[in-house]
Each structure stands twice: as structure tokens, then as C-alpha cells.
Design a protein around this ligand. Structure first.
Ligand code: PRP
Ligand code: ZN
Length: 284
């Protein structure tokens, strides 16, 4: 038996979704005009769909699981379960106005027309903040609405901000933050869940590996304890004596984020010959 996973056919999340699956050791060819493709080394079939349709397909069990932005999950309000945050496709859903207009706070949105394809999220946001504005639903190119006199503001996804910039708009309010997530049909059976868990296990190993680096260095024995406390590693670091008396070689892992700070301190304790190597997979 095989599980079906839906990923975005083209757009912001496509490339990173494909990359994540490949990092999980899943082999497939992704030619652009294919609707689905089979995996030979994992019980999976991949469906390439429009991201906006993925929650519906997963809710209907046309696909068992899917990779999609939290923004789409929140907007579509389908019966799906979010299983895992995936750390890519980070963006925010924001209200934007023409950049030459002064933004007078939330209240100034009263009585305006706001163009969006995120009508559910926007309606909930306006209601929560007791703002009475008119929502204009547009399915694409929302950013041109103010320029053609269709609306005073828009509510759309912002990632790099370049779409807003090139259309003479500026961000006024952030409504929600979003990133890619793994979603699933809530009624998967035992067998299906076993495959999902296997996939999640691989996703976590691939993501952890990316956050960590393998580090090797030579350390003077007199500072060994201090150095070990700086790079405790997964359980504890490996220490091997060097031929040169009074010195040891230490092998450990270090978090990418803490890397530069740790290196500085290691050097201060006399560490030499520091090598830092990427890790491909990491299972704790
Ligand atoms: C979003 C949004 C903007 C763009 C913003 O589209 O509609 O067009 O990304 O990105 P930027 O701030 O980096 O310019 P998305 O990729 O979600 O495509 P879709 O709405 O067609 O699904
Ligand atoms: Zn979309």
C-alpha cells in the first residue's frame, strides 16, 4: 500500500517541498508537466497540485497528506490535521496600503474596501478588532487593486516584500505569520499512520542535521573540561589522545546558531585546527 502526498505544483513552496522529500531519501523525478509521480524506494505517490486546493484534497482523502502553507490551511478551514512545521516558506499575511498614504492605525480601515483572496482570515481579523470594512474577493494579482481604484487596501502574503514594493504599497498590519506545514487527513488508518510516522521521522532527522554541524578540534588537556562544557554534543563529545602529549582531539556537534560564539570561546581556551563539517542526517 502507498500513501499519497500532495505538494505544490509551482510557486513559492514547490522547490523546497521537493528538496525536503529528497533530503528524506525519497527518490522521484519531478518533471514540470506531470500531475503525479511514483516513488520507488518509499511507499509514497506524489501529487502536484495548486497549493490552494491541497487542504480540500487532503480533507477528501484524494491525498492522504500534503505540504502547504499555514495561511492556506487557515483560510480554507477544511478538516485536516497539522502534523509538523517544516521551517520553510516563511511569510506573513498582511494588510498593505499605498506607500504615500499615512497609516492611521487599525481604526482608519473603517469604511475602506480591502481586496484579498484570504476572505475568511481577513473577515475574522476585522471582526476581532471591531473594524467595519468591505472585503473584495480577488483570486489573483491582488496587489494591483489600489492602483486601479478597486480598493483602498489589500490583504495578501508578504515574503520578501518585493511584490508590495514594485506595486507602490507598504505593510500596515500583520495578520498572521505562516510557514510550510505537513497536514494529514484526520482519519488515516493504522497502516497509513505508520508510513506517515516513518516520513516524519526522516523529516525531523533531515531538519536537525541542517541545524547542527560536526566539529573537530585539537585542545590542550588542561582546558579539556571547559571545552567539553562548550560543545557537549549529543550525549558527550568523543575525546582521542593526540600523539603530541598534553593534547587531545575532540569530536562533537554544535548548533549552527551558536556556532560563531562557540568558536570564539574555543579559541580563547587554546583550541586549534578547528574543522566544521555539514551533517547529512541526524538521529538522536
Ligand atoms: C504570494 C503573494 C505575492 C507574493 C509575495 O503569492 O500573493 O504575490 O507571494 O511575495 P514577495 O513579498 O516575496 O514579493 P504565492 O507565492 O503564495 O502564490 P499564490 O498566491 O499564487 O498561491
Ligand atoms: Zn496559492
Amino acid at each position: 500500500m502507498k500513501l499519497k502526498i500532495a505538494i505544490q505544483k509551482s510557486g513559492r513552496l514547490n522547490e523546497d517541498s521537493v528538496k525536503l522529500l529528497k533530503e528524506c531519501g525519497i527518490d522521484f523525478s519531478n518533471s514540470l508537466n506531470k500531475l503525479k509521480t511514483d516513488v520507488t524506494n518509499f511507499p509514497l505517490e506524489i501529487l502536484f497540485l495548486r497549493d490552494d486546493d491541497i487542504p480540500q484534497y487532503v480533507a477528501d482523502k484524494v491525498a492522504d497528506i500534503g505540504i502547504v502553507g499555514e495561511n492556506v490551511v487557515a483560510e480554507k478551514q477544511k478538516e485536516v490535521k497539522t502534523l509538523e512545521h517544516l521551517g520553510f516558506g516563511k511569510c506573513r499575511l498582511s494588510i498593505a496600503i499605498p506607500k504615500d498614504k499615512r497609516y492611521g492605525g487599525l481604526k482608519s480601515l473603517n469604511g475602506t474596501r480591502i481586496a484579498t483572496s484570504y476572505t475568511n482570515i481577513l473577515a475574522a481579523f476585522l471582526k476581532r478588532n471591531k473594524i467595519k470594512a468591505e472585503i473584495h474577493e480577488i483570486s489573483g494579482s491582488v496587489e494591483i487593486a489600489p492602483g486601479i481604484g478597486l480598493a483602498e487596501a489589500i490583504c495578501d502574503l508578504v515574503s520578501s516584500g518585493s511584490t508590495l514594493f514594485t506595486n507602490g504599497l507598504k505593510e500596515a498590519e500583520t495578520i498572521m505569520k505562516s510557514e510550510a506545514v505537513l497536514i494529514a487527513n484526520p482519519k488515516l488508518n493504522k497502516q497509513e499512520l505508520a508510513i506517515v510516522n516513518k516520513l516524519i521521522f526522516r523529516i525531523q532527522a533531515a531538519r536537525k542535521a541542517k541545524k547542527n554541524k560536526y566539529i573537530l578540534l585539537n585542545a590542550p588537556n588542561k582546558n579539556l573540561d571547559k571545552i567539553i562544557s562548550l560543545i557537549p554534543g549529543m550525549k558527550s563529545p568523543t575525546i582521542l589522545p593526540l600523539a603530541d602529549k598534553g593534547w587531545s582531539s575532540i569530536h562533537s556537534v554544535v548548533l549552527e546558531d551558536e556556532f560563531w560564539e562557540v568558536i570564539e570561546k574555543l579559541k580563547a581556551y587554546g583550541a586549534q585546527g578547528i574543522l566544521v563539517i555539514p551533517i547529512e542526517k541526524m538521529v538522536i
